[in-house]
Each structure stands twice: as C-alpha cells, then as structure tokens.
Design a protein around this ligand. Structure first.
Ligand SMILES: [Cu+2]
Length: 215
C-alpha cells in the first residue's frame, strides 16, 4: 500500500514558503473508536538509500522502580544497548524468551545496573521472575528513524531526506504491525494519520497490598 505524505501548508493558497520537512509527524489512533494510541512504535526504513549506521547515542535505559519497568516501551536501532538500573530496594530477575534476544539477568540488587546489547531486529518482551506483573517491550528496529507516540497518539520522526520509506507502526496490543510505503519530499511539512487495531489489554494486575499504593 502506498501513501503520500500530506502537506500541512499549501504555499499557493497562503502565499507562504513551505519549509523543508523538519520531521514527519505521525498520529496513531485505534480503528475501533479513533482514540489516540500511546506507546506505539513508529519507524521508517529507507528504501532508496542505505540505512545510516547507529551513532553513539544508540542506547536506552529501562529502570526498575516501585517494582515496575519504566518505560513500558523502548525503541533502539539494531546494535543498541539497553541499561537496566535497579532503583528499588528489592532484587529483580530480568529475563526474555523472545526470539530476537533471549537473555537472563539473575537476581541483582538495588543500586546495581546491568546492560544487554540487542543485535537482531524484532520485538523483545521482558519480564521479572519474581514479580509477574512486571512487563516491558523493546522494539529493535533496523533504522535510526524512529519515534514513540505520546498520550495524544503523536510521534515525530527525525527529518527524512527525499525518497521512499517503509513505515511500520507497532504496539504491544496491535493485532498486527501496520506497514505502508511513504514518500518524503523536501517541500512538504508532513503529517500522517494511521489507524491500528488493538487487542484487549491482558496485562497481569498487581495484587493489592493494603497500603493503597498498588493495584
Ligand atoms: Cu522484579
């Protein structure tokens, strides 16, 4: 499926000079009721020129705090490193059974930090052996052009040089990733709306502790 990016400004009508795109804004909504989708991963892989190699900033951090992973969804380019600092007073035991990266970080203490390199593209789900409700996702994408939607369903990709791209939108509850080809042109500021079908949220809820802080 091919979709051209929609120009935000029409120079002919407004008498303005449209600037080159500073970034492509993607709005992700549900197919069911059109509500904004937060934590959706948006990536654009070049089809007309080589994929830029990752820079030194290809790292991310997923902390453990209040016996939760934060953030819930992380995106890195292939080859990136994720650091897992434990900011809790209890130990955690992180693991993943996902094909792109199976790993285990056995029980480690508060204040300690471990890291893992992700060298294959795909989705990596992580959990904690001790706390069943702790779940997070790492989207390992084959491109440096990626972003994650905020609470309004919006994400802004870095500036894309002219050409065709494979746009992919993924979410932990997506029935399937949404994939489409887009074209970037320098004279267009751009925005694109994408609809994603979401499955029900089946995350395990924390057992009540009586302290009124957990759910
Ligand atoms: Cu844990």
């Amino acid at each position: 499926m091919r979709a051209c990016l929609i120009p935000l400004l029409f120079a002919g009508c407004l008498g303005l000079t449209v600037r080159a795109a500073e970034g492509v804004r993607i709005i992700v909504r549900t197919t069911l009721d059109g509500k904004p989708v937060a934590d959706a991963v948006v990536s654009a892989t070049p089809l007309d020129h080589p994929v830029p190699t990752p820079g030194p900033g290809n790292t991310a951090e997923i902390e453990q705090k209040n016996q939760e992973f934060s953030p819930y969804v992380t995106v890195i380019q292939v080859g990136g490193k994720v650091i897992f600092p434990n900011h809790d007073t209890v130990q955690h035991h992180i693991y993943s059974l996902s094909k792109p990266k199976r790993f285990e970080i056995p029980l480690y203490q508060a204040g300690a930090s471990e890291s893992v390199v992700f060298d294959r593209p795909g989705i990596v789900a992580i959990g904690c052996n001790i706390h069943d409700w702790m779940v997070a996702y790492i989207a390992v994408v084959p491109t440096p052009f990626f972003a994650k939607t905020d609470d309004t369903g919006a994400a802004t990709l870095p500036s894309l040089s002219p050409g065709r791209y494979r746009l992919e939108i993924w979410h932990p509850r997506a029935a399937a990733p949404v994939v489409q080809e887009i074209s970037s042109a320098p004279e267009n500021a751009t925005v694109l709306e994408v609809k994603v079908a979401l499955k029900p949220d089946k995350r395990i809820r924390r057992a009540p502790t009586g302290k009124g802080t957990d759910y």
